[in-house]
Design a protein around this ligand. Sequence first.
Ligand code: ANZ
Ligand code: ZN
Length: 822
Amino acid sequence: GDTYDARAVQEKWQARWAEQNPFAASEDPADDRPRRYVVDMFAYPSGDLHMGHAEAFAIGDVIARYAFQRGENVLHPIGWDSFGLPAENAAIKHNTHPAEWTYANIETQAESFRRYGIAVDWSRRLHTSDPEYYKWNQWLFLRFFERGLAYRKDGLVNWCPKDQTVLANEQVVQGRCERCGTEVVRRSLNQWYYRITAYADRLLDDMDQLENGNWPDDVLTMQRNWIGRSHGADVRFAIEGREEPVSVFTTRPDTLYGATFFVVAADAPLADELCADDHRAEFEAYREQVAKLSDIERQSTERPKTGVFLGRYAINPVNGERIPVWAADYVLADYGHGAIMAVPAHDQRDLDFALKFGLKVREVVDTGEPSPAESGVATAGEGRLMNSGPLDGLSKSEAIPRIIEILGERGTGSAAVNYRLRDWLLSRQRFWGTPIPIVHCPDCGEVPVPDDQLPVKLPDNLKGADLAPKGVSPLAAAADWVNTECPKCGGAAKRDTDTMDTFVDSSWYFLRYCSPGDDSAPFDIDKVAKWGPVDQYIGGKEHATLHLMYARFFVKVLYDMGMVGFTEPFRRLLNQGQVINQGKAMSKSLGNGVDLGEEIDKYGVDAVRLTMIFAGPPEDDIDWADVSPAASLKFLNRAYRVMAEAGAASAPGADPASGDLALRKATHQALDKITAAVDAQRFNVAVARIMELVTAARKAIDSGPGAADPAVREAAEVVAITLALFAPYVAEEGWERLGHTGSVSVGNWRRPDPALLTQESVTCVVQVASKVRDKLEVAPDVSAEELERLALASEKVQAFIDGREVRRIVVRAPKLVNIVVG
Ligand code: ANZ
Ligand code: ZN
């Protein structure tokens, strides 16, 4: 037989696609085909493509190719997230500029993507490290700045001692730097922030657009938890010997009568202010110890509680009780007001603290559980209030509004909402990122770089050791770059030397794709109105919080600026699973890595792609040890031979109506099921149906009507058309062998003929007392219950039962019913 040469076929069709550009999006205003916008999450250019890329992009490509195949006007672009630390570290190691490593890797990956056959519009390719791109990060920064959404503040930040840069909270994983694993310390620094907290409610509330299966439920939950909205009250406590009261945030204002002490975050300026002189030495020693801990360690319920008494008292606003003020590390400086009312009977951390330091415990909710002071277990359940004056006898849900009302009347508190979400720490003290477009003038302060002076380009004369981490940005050492004129007064001034977190780059690139060459705006508003929002976004679960949160934030700000007409960037989100090997993530240390290039050399692109898709639903992990690219290649050869043999035996255009009816039905039923499976994003199921169709066509050629039958051609054409989503090279080649000119990949999807979808009937024999008494025509997939009902409804059968008792009915659907009578 005729087998296909995967490599030759790949090269042939790569060249054709490059020449004919079938996957370009149309910007013709007269083109009224339905539009579809499909975006794969950015690739990061570290090295060549790996198995993870291959899976993610195979899935995204099925979705895009399906839209192409159905005749939609598809925008499926590609780009690189090309700023970031790995390039900088490589540059330090090899004494080069980060651009060298970055752009060399991008070229390698682009070549691999071409070979992999991704149906993208190459003319829209983006790299975020191009000045033409990051200019617009700067432009957007200035718009955020004007709106009060970009600002600088002193604050305690996470500092990676190895990378010598600050990290956002999100980049600290269990107290360690997400990138290098070094233990993170806290430092007080003046840094730039984006005010994402101003959008906390909208980030939560707009999520109703993403529900009902549009986004995976677990991603929605992670987004919700990250924002962490809690409802409660602010309660003001007077402090003895201090004019200003101090507020605390509590979700349990109903327990106010049970507050027996007061705790301030040890690292908050407030602790320093409240500390009495005769307690200062002890407090300062304690504070130093706390500075070394991460938030996670501090909040761990396992760690023994630590703290110091500050020598002060707070006054409970409802009962006038005098309670001691402590500083401790389990209270965080940047949540709520950095201070709490401690209710040890009903909060475990407060109880642990009270028991350790011998503080009072007073129960105010009668939950029927053992006394917390004795059991050591705080009670958080439902119950009636007690020891609480006007709240006594109320339930929690009655007591909360009541106490808020009382506090309101006295002017000592009110209902309040708190968020876990923090403002987005933007500044990085590293080189390979977007410079912050601000000039610091001794006279004028922070002065924005005027729009017509953008981009503020990175200098190109720094390399190698110039970029080594020093605690301040490497840009600070580039005197010719730093020293500039104040745009306002013309005096000597200095550029801001921090660069932006690279998450900025990926927060709006999907808008830039709509008009990638635009040099007058970050994106063309009309083009974005035409394509946006993204219909389908595809990428890994590692971006479930940060990237998606930031992109959602950007789109809301742009909406408020009147630049986009939608409030959510991604209509649907698909998180592909991971490719693992032998049950474990691929890693150098385990030696279980699989090289994508080698797999492709061995089996060809189509077989590798088909294996990725056929392994299971797209959300599931693929264990490469459990799949067989060799079997995929074997199947593709079978499919190819069917197409080639049908093509050799007949010409396009034969009327299929005269063909073999059984095969025609098989073809149309397969097409129907493939369409449903692709619509439901169950691509593995679609592939299984194509495999069955190939088998049916093979049978028809070998032991049925033969290769020249028009039904065989029809089946082979449907194989080519549907396989084009999963194994595009062999599909193109097969289509050509079937006598067609042009690409099979665009606009060729077919609708099944409804007349051919009706299933044939089968004959069911009905016996009464083991004698055949009737025959029924039924559907082949009739259920046992339905068949029993039909059999008993038969007049002939009823006549033979003749009033006797039916003892038992044996049903063997769809062929036999046996009625046993007594
Ligand atoms: C009194 C109380 C009694 C509390 C009780 C809880 C149970 P979420 O749900 O996370 O918002 N809290 C407030 N600010 C804090 C800070 N800066 N650091 C650590 N803990 C802080 O939690 C709100 C609760 O966490 C607040 O309600 C407060 O303790 C504590 F039976 O106030 B609660
Ligand atoms: Zn000035």
